[in-house]
Write a protein that binds this ligand. Structure first.
Ligand code: C3B
Length: 845
């Protein structure tokens, strides 16, 4: 084994892999027999049984890891020798999905692995299904982080992702009588082949305790923190393999353990549970991902999670700097910030700012100004939402108890900011001081709170939104005063997606067609796809493109049947809304329109309508009642419609359970229509919109987030825009929006909402779906569902007619694929590099 590894290692420093099939086969079989133990029973292997497939999946992953780990080591050596600047991406969420297929594609080893496994009696695609999703995130924010890591490695930048090694990622979802039921995610129940534990980089993290002012020889005082408790952070590295590049970076995830696992005294006294107490309390910190999407969680445990991961990461960043460049002293400040960038993915990692300050002041003997200047050069912050409920504010009291020293630093930052910078711009202006202070002096219950976003803006050298309209709103509506104070600080970086996972790996048929049409590595240079525009009207090409879409739809019909028992026709329009369930994303607008269609069909069974299947995938936060009510309603309406023979299968509704990255990879290649119907101004960007369009789905959507930029790219003829604009939504709010006007003035809206009060969809349980109607009427319809209904319904009609013109639709679908080049996450990363991080790439060639 050692000799084989050496042979291969000598070739893995570049992006060319010379792993041949014979070697790969030897390695897979070696891992099967030596690492995993032989699973052959009486000389027979049952190749159909799940355990066998799992073992082969594991062995294949381990065989591949030998190549990956070697590349990781080479990359780290090269990065260190070149002394290049690195970015450290701090995120509480990484929605990685499965890794085997993606890693194989990125290493260009997919085809040979497929052959080898075939010779062993297995289908690679089938084995890939055995891997668990790494669901260490909730939705868009976590998936964006995963796409960015892919792009950073692909472009040969030195980057480290930092996060939490959650024992349980996002919950699994199934439906019981239409209701969402959550069960724990067990992604590493039997270990994970992808991670490398790094005990040598363990960190000890203090918290709680008290502070005191200690007099110094020169008459000043120094704040001394005596912690009440210590946590241990153990890192696990997951290699991030660049596509067709020489770089493998790492995602470093911290697991929390007790400083001391066991209390022997208590054990000896027979108190077995208490002997484990410390361990249990510590392990809770990295036990589970908070399942809230765009809603601040507010509990002490979440606060400690944030602190724990920030403290581990900042210490690790400093340790890596010191290992490479020696001691960190004030004289090194400039140097440090020329080598280290730290990106805060939303406000979740804000405490990193305070922790860096604390370490510099208390452990590295920096003066205040030196420490503060350094921090301000290193940090940058990405804002991902304007929703007030998602903007984190932690009670001052909680800070005081858990992180007393950090709170004193925070006060000093705030004081200097208000007295110097705010006062210079707006002298003696208490209103401005109140508006910009990091401390909210008390709204409800008069509780003082820390505005995490204000600390981020004040400490960062750049703050970016994630799509142009969102960044404009960050400037005008969220932080107008900060924008006046620092006009250059607020900026935009439009999101992107990796075309490797979201086209090359998930849509092999379309990828093959693109390979044959485009004479360039389009999975890297996605703008090259624009060459397809010339063929958008070519009958042969249209036929090939739509034939692939059809084949993907056939595959999805099988998946739908297997997962739900529902039969759908691949000839129908596949209309897809896949994203977290949230009122602002308006799955209930989609539902209301489905109910209206159903009602129209019942009234006139001969109604002209091309068959349409509405496909949903969404998880609701377990504590978000209305979101769960909407899931229930969609399932109940689906039951009724799917079993109603009167409408002759013109309408079907499918809610696929347990929506996650690996399910998205099956749905997206098969979608005809992409639903992006958030209330204008509420969806910061969206990234599912980009994935669907790249795979040839046509968007029906509002002028919100990245939809606006998608429309700019594809042109208004190739997208169905509907609904109010941002300004119209604002005007409606200012003039007083009254949803009951729409209820009374639109007969269809009234009939559909009243239908929800009956027991038609929930036999014997009248009123079970009424909460939706209530939220839209008595609840004030905060997301303007009723105001946008007619416009959405009209756009759906146009879309249905357009689909029947096969040539027109094929042209639209092709142009959507062709014109998504801008939304390559490589472009987003290059924007971050140019405007925020200033890194240079380091490759082997
Ligand atoms: C999401 C936003 O809702 C999306 O519009 C955006 O595309 C992504 O972030 C990525 O920028 N988001 C999220 O998933 N979770 C949050 N807490 C905040 C924003």
């Amino acid at each position: 084994m050692v000799t084989i590894t050496k042979n291969i290692n000598s070739n893995t420093s570049s992006n060319k892999n010379t792993l041949d099939s014979a070697m790969l086969k030897v390695r897979i079989e070696h891992h099967l027999s030596h690492t995993l133990g032989d699973i052959i029973i009486n000389n027979v292997i049952d190749k159909q049984c799940t355990e066998t497939k799992k073992a082969y999946w594991h062995a294949t992953s381990l065989a591949l890891n030998e190549v990956i780990t070697e590349k990781l080591n080479q990359s780290q050596l090269r990065q260190s020798q070149s002394a290049c600047k690195s970015v450290n991406y701090l995120s509480l969420e990484y929605l990685m999905g499965r890794l085997l297929s993606n890693n194989l594609h990125n290493l260009d080893l997919y085809t040979i692995t497929e052959k080898v496994l075939k010779s062993l009696g297995f289908e690679l695609a089938d084995l890939c299904e055995q891997g668990a999703d790494l669901a260490l995130g909730n939705g868009g924010l976590g998936r964006l982080a995963a796409c960015f890591l892919d792009s950073l490695a692909t472009l040969d930048y030195n980057a480290m992702g930092y996060g939490i090694h959650y024992q349980h990622g996002l919950f699994k979802q199934h439906f019981a009588d239409g209701h969402q039921v959550e069960t724990p995610d067990m992604w590493r129940e039997f270990g994970s082949p992808w991670e490398i534990c790094r005990p040598e980089s363990t960190q000890l993290i203090p918290l709680y305790g008290h502070i005191e002012e200690v007099p110094q020889a020169d008459g000043s005082t120094e704040t001394k923190w005596t912690a009440g408790k210590t946590l241990k952070g153990v890192p696990y590295d997951i290699p991030i393999v660049g596509y067709n590049s020489s770089t493998v970076n790492a995602l470093r995830l911290w697991q929390c353990r007790a400083d001391s696992a066991f209390d022997w005294d208590k054990f000896n006294n027979g108190d077995y549970l208490m002997a484990l107490e410390q361990q249990v309390h510590a392990e809770i910190v990295s036990k589970v991902l908070y399942p809230n999407d765009e809603h601040a969680a507010g509990q002490e445990l979440r606060f400690i999670q944030q602190y724990f991961f920030c403290a581990c990461s900042v210490r690790d960043i400093i340790k890596r700097y010191q290992a490479q460049y020696g001691a960190l002293t004030p004289a090194q400040s400039e140097h440090f910030s020329s080598k280290v960038a730290i990106q805060l993915n939303d406000t979740h990692p804000t405490i990193a700012i305070l922790e860096l300050m604390r370490l510099l002041l208390d452990e590295f003997q920096f003066q205040w100004q030196d420490a503060w200047q350094l921090a301000r050069k290193v940090f940058a912050y990405t804002n991902h939402t304007l929703l007030p409920e998602a903007l984190e504010k932690w009670p001052v009291k909680l800070f005081e108890r858990v992180l007393p020293r950090h709170l004193t630093i925070l006060y000093r930052i705030n004081e200097a900011f208000l007295n110097e910078e705010v006062n210079a711009m707006w002298p003696n202006n208490d209103n401005m001081r109140r508006a910009l202070s990091i401390i909210d002096e008390g709204g409800e219950g008069n509780e003082r709170k820390v505005r995490m976003a204000h600390l981020c803006v004040i400490a960062s050298h750049k703050v970016n939104g994630v799509a142009q309209v969102h960044s404009d709103l960050v400037k005008s509506d969220l932080f107008p005063e900060f924008n006046q104070l620092w006009p250059k600080k607020l900026t935009n970086v439009t999101n992107g997606i990796t075309p490797r996972r979201w086209l090359k790996a998930c849509n092999p048929l379309l990828s093959a067609l693109l390979d044959s049409e485009i004479n360039a590595d389009w999975a890297k240079e996605l703008t090259q796809l624009s060459l397809l525009s010339n063929k958008a009207d070519n009958a042969d090409f249209q036929q090939q493109f739509m034939q692939i879409k059809h084949q993907n739809k056939v595959a999805l019909t099988k998946e739908i049947k297997a997962l739900t028992g529902i039969t759908v026709s691949p000839d129908a329009i596949f209309d897809v809304q896949i994203k977290r369930l949230h009122e602002y994303k308006r799955q209930h607008l989609n539902l209301l329109h489905i109910i209206a269609l159903y009602r129209r069909l019942l009234a006139d069974p001969a109604m002209e309508m091309y068959p349409q299947v509405f496909i949903f995938g969404a998880k609701a936060a377990p504590g978000y009642k209305l979101a769960k009510d909407i899931i229930f309603a969609i399932n109940k309406v689906a039951d009724k419609i799917n079993n109603d023979t009167r409408i002759h299968d013109k309408l079907k509704v499918v809610f696929l359970p347990n929506y996650r990255v690996s399910l998205a990879e099956k749905i997206i290649p098969a979608a005809d229509v992409s639903e992006q119907i958030s209330t204008a101004g509420k969806e910061a960007s969206g990234t599912g919109n980009m994935k669907l369009a790249l795979n040839g789905a046509v968007t029906i959507g509002t002028l919100d987030g990245a939809n606006i930029e998608i429309a700019e790219e594809v042109g208004n003829d190739n997208i169905f825009i509907c609904g109010l604009t941002v300004d119209e939504v604002k005007a409606l709010d200012q003039n007083g929006y009254n949803p009951t006007d729409y209820y009374h003035n639109n007969e269809e809206i009234k009939a559909c909402l009243d239908w929800l009060d009956s027991d038609y969809f929930t036999p014997g349980h009248a009123g079970a779906l009424s909460p939706i109607k209530e939220s839209l009427l008595a609840g004030g319809d905060p997301y303007k569902v009723l105001a946008d209904f007619q416009s959405y319904s009209d756009a759906q009609n146009k879309l249905n007619v357009a689909y029947q013109d096969k040539k027109r639709w094929a042209r639209m679908a092709i142009l959507n694929t062709a014109l998504m080049g801008k939304f390559n996450s490589d472009r987003s990363i290059e924007d971050y590099i140019a405007n925020i991080w200033q890194l240079t790439p380091v490759s082997a060639n």
